[in-house]
Design a protein around this ligand. Structure first.
Ligand code: TXA
Ligand code: MG
Length: 302
């Protein structure tokens, strides 16, 4: 795939919006770093972010919206979160709040968690794109897995060239550092990632256990999980893939983008079933399969 680099104009934003609505990830500048943006309501589009980055694991991604009103359609803001938002948005602050069950955010965006990280970027290109699309955008930094965050279009091109169709170029980003992340769930403020904005919050860790069986940044099913299962045992809910049909399939056609897009929905479905155990068919370990298997191994390890 050829990667076009276009300067930030009305026309390039229209083209970026067209590609994103067609399910492609596009690199766009924010005031922190360049993000690789996809439609947060389209699970397969978000899976393509992981495919392009070659990231061997799933993390919850930040949802970008144009304003606080849009953010409140997605997450449940308490008084603390709302006043931080009012003070710092638009700007380099991400707030982790409870996800509204009725929101249309794909489960791969939150990596299956009941919470969601949201921010309102200040950069005019990111703002223009959000308003052109009218949908929330999931966007991690626009670099290949293992390389540093991009602060120029050239960095994105070097890292993701030929893997994405378009980069919007607005020169050097102003902050050069990823957003501050603050969790505002459960009545306290916890700092999950330091960044450009100082917030008075207790130190927190993305890995801290917040509820039994649940890590702050990793959803895991509550039931035992068996990997590489080609047949269902009596007490198992089998998640299929390819030739193994199962009770439900990650992808009957063995398509890894589809499988990644369905992974968290099917884990939740298996967890909610009346079977006490979960089994999962083998998934090849190449490309997105590595991230899928990483998540399944963690789930199997309890
Ligand atoms: O400045 C930024 O924040 C950039 C630009 C593109 O907006 N984005 C960015 O995304 O740095 P990323 O994917 O590198 O950071 C996402 C991090 C996750 O690794 C996790 O630490 C945290 O945000 N996060 C997101 N949602 C979360 C949630 N529901 N619970 C806990 N942590 C969450
Ligand atoms: Mg990053």
């Amino acid at each position: 795939m050829d990667t076009r680099v276009l300067p930030f104009t009305d026309d390039s934003i229209a083209e970026a919006a067209r590609l994103i609505l067609a399910g492609e990830p596009v690199a766009v500048p924010t005031e922190t770093v360049y993000g690789l943006a996809a439609d947060a309501t389209n699970a397969q589009a978000v899976a393509r972010i992981y495919q392009a980055k070659g990231r061997p694991s799933f993390n919850p991604l930040i949802v970008h919206v144009p304003d606080l009103a849009s953010a409140e359609c997605i997450g449940d803001f308490g008084a603390d979160a709302r006043s931080l938002a009012a003070e710092h948005w638009p700007g380099p602050l991400t707030l982790v709040v409870e996800l509204r069950p009725a929101s249309s955010i794909a489960s791969i965006v939150t990596a299956g968690l009941p919470t969601v990280g949201i921010r309102v970027p200040a950069h005019p290109a990111a703002q223009a794109l959000l308003r052109a699309i009218g949908r929330p955008l999931a966007a991690p930094s626009a670099n290949a897995s293992g390389s540093i965050s991009p602060t120029r279009a050239e960095h994105v091109l070097k890292s993701l060239g030929r893997r994405i169709p378009l980069i919007i170029d607005a020169g050097l980003t102003e902050r050069g550092l990823e957003s501050t992340i603050v969790a505002a769930t459960g009545g306290t403020l916890r700092l999950l990632r330091p960044g450009p904005i100082h917030v008075d919050a207790e130190p927190g860790s993305g890995e801290r256990i917040e509820a039994p069986g649940q890590l702050a940044s990793h959803y895991a099913p509550s039931k035992p999980l068996r990997l590489n299962a080609t047949e269902r045992q009596d007490d198992e809910y089998l998640i299929g893939f390819g030739d193994v049909p199962g009770d439900a399939s990650l992808s009957p056609g063995a398509d890894l983008v589809e499988a990644a897009a369905r992974l968290f929905d099917l884990l939740h479905q298996a967890d909610a079933s009346d079977k006490p155990r979960i089994a999962v068919a083998p998934v090849p370990d190449d490309g997105l399969g590595a991230a899928i298997n990483d998540r399944l191994r963690r789930a199997a390890a309890g």
